[in-house]
Design a protein around this ligand. Structure first.
Ligand SMILES: [Zn+2]
Length: 439
């Protein structure tokens, strides 16, 4: 069966314009914990390996080179595990040794985005390196936005600029931060929050930058009487992307509105969500509009989910364990990686050249093969990865170095076998179709 790949809309040519980040609090009061989850959607062939950055002390007066600008370094940075588009200094998402997890989203407001400044991914990494609690990381991010500003292209070889929103979480609380140039608002939650490529904070903010409302009035974004509480979303949001994002965002909101029972497995299902198609990508019929789903495949836009992370933030359980996935989560599997431990080379290898030493490229090729006929091939793929995920979820996720190495070797071997199995299944299906007499 040939799956037609619709041309992406011109609006999407530069950047997939998506990502989903969620935090949910769960458990009884004496063992309350947070679960953080993010899908990072990026250009479809942009490799996103993992990076394990050790804690470090820095000389007074030293500086740190971020993607486009250099800023003063702090005396000490924390150990961080992050998911890094290969050409970027910063992270799409990550978690630090103190149990703070952060993910960002592209958001669009009436303010133009400067040519240079801090990228959202710079701010994710800086928040993780400098914040030992969610509140501290929130102060780092908002302080740097005020001092240095945001800007620069997030896509290699293209001029794709956006403002950012963030979820910053530890086991006690989470902050949603939404921004426009050097302005920001922040909302605290101990229940949960979902963000995507739209503004979610209206008049329910807890903190904001000085002059946020005045800037909106000066620029003509706001005409409501000053007596009402300032509404960030109404004043600042560029509504263009909202209609394409709301349905996807609704998946996370419904999850948070349901019973307060979340775990790593339920977050895996969330990150694999394809609306009514369940956890399988169902390409739309040729010519019909393609919805942006939580798990994003090329064809819907120019981009694809490149990497995923789930972290359970539990009091006293440090360093944290991140469940990481590479390429689309519905075609791959999540594996547990502990912050601060050396990474097998397959997890940290990868750039723009496809490599057999890179798990990202291995899983991306597998996604490509499954996407040729996802309704037929995804169940075959899940039948291989599902039992391994079950085994990992049932065991101690803090794998010793040797066990993680063995797991990666097992995954690489099974992937090779799977690609052969999927190719044969597709050929058999094609043969069955072509040998069916037409009516
Ligand atoms: Zn998918």
């Amino acid at each position: 069966m040939h799956i037609p790949v619709p041309e992406p809309a011109p609006h999407h040519l530069g950047y997939p314009e998506s990502c989903d980040t969620l935090v949910a609090f769960t458990g009884p009061p004496e063992r309350r914990r947070a679960i953080f989850a993010k899908n990072s959607d990026r250009p479809r062939l942009e490799c996103q390996p993992l990076a394990q950055i050790p804690a470090a002390d820095h000389e007074p007066g030293s500086a740190v080179e971020c993607q486009y600008i250099t800023i003063p370094q702090v005396p000490r940075t924390l150990a961080v595990l992050g998911s890094r588009p290969w050409w970027l200094w910063g992270f799409e998402h990550g978690v630090n040794e103190a149990g703070v997890a952060i993910g960002n989203e592209a958001v669009y407001t009436h303010d133009p985005v400067p040519q240079s400044g801090l990228l959202g991914m710079d701010l994710v990494r800086l928040g993780l390196e400098r914040g030992s609690t969610a509140a501290e990381a929130k102060r780092v991010i908002t302080g740097l936005i005020e001092q240095c500003g945001q800007g620069g292209s997030s896509v290699m070889g293209a001029d794709s600029r956006y403002h950012n929103s963030f979820i910053v979480a530890d086991h006690t609380e989470a902050w949603v931060i939404e921004t426009s140039r050097r302005h920001w608002v922040a909302r605290r939650t101990t229940h949960g929050a979902a963000i995507a490529n739209l503004l979610t904070i209206g008049d329910d903010w807890d903190e904001c930058s000085d002059g946020l409302e005045e800037h909106a009035r000066d620029m003509g974004y706001l005409s409501a009487p000053a007596a009402t509480r300032f509404n960030f979303r109404v004043a600042y949001e560029d509504m263009d992307s909202r209609p394409r994002v709301e349905r996807r965002w609704g998946v996370g909101r419904r999850l948070l509105a349901g019973p307060d029972e979340h775990d790593v497995a339920s977050m895996m299902r969330y990150l694999r969500d394809h609306f009514e198609a369940g956890q399988v990508y169902a390409p739309p019929p040729e010519g019909s509009p393609a919805p942006l789903t939580v798990c994003l495949h090329y064809g819907t836009t120019n981009g694809s989910t490149a990497a995923s992370m789930i972290v359970e933030l539990t009091p006293g359980e440090l360093p944290p364990v991140a469940w990481v996935g590479m390429a689309t989560p519905c075609t791959g599997l999540f594996m547990p990686v502990t912050v601060g431990r050396p990474l097998p080379k397959e997890l940290e290898t990868g750039d723009d050249r496809p490599s057999r030493d890179s798990l990202w490229w291995a899983m991306r090729e597998l996604q490509y093969v499954v996407d040729r006929d996802p309704l037929l091939l995804t169940p075959i793929t899940r039948a291989v990865w599902g039992p391994i995920e079950q085994r990992l979820l049932a065991g101690n996720p803090r794998l010793p170095a040797q066990s993680l190495h063995r797991l990666i070797a097992e995954i690489m071997e099974l992937r090779d076998e799977l690609i052969l199995q999927l190719t044969v299944a597709q050929l058999q299906s094609d043969h069955a179709v072509s040998s069916t007499p037409s009516a």
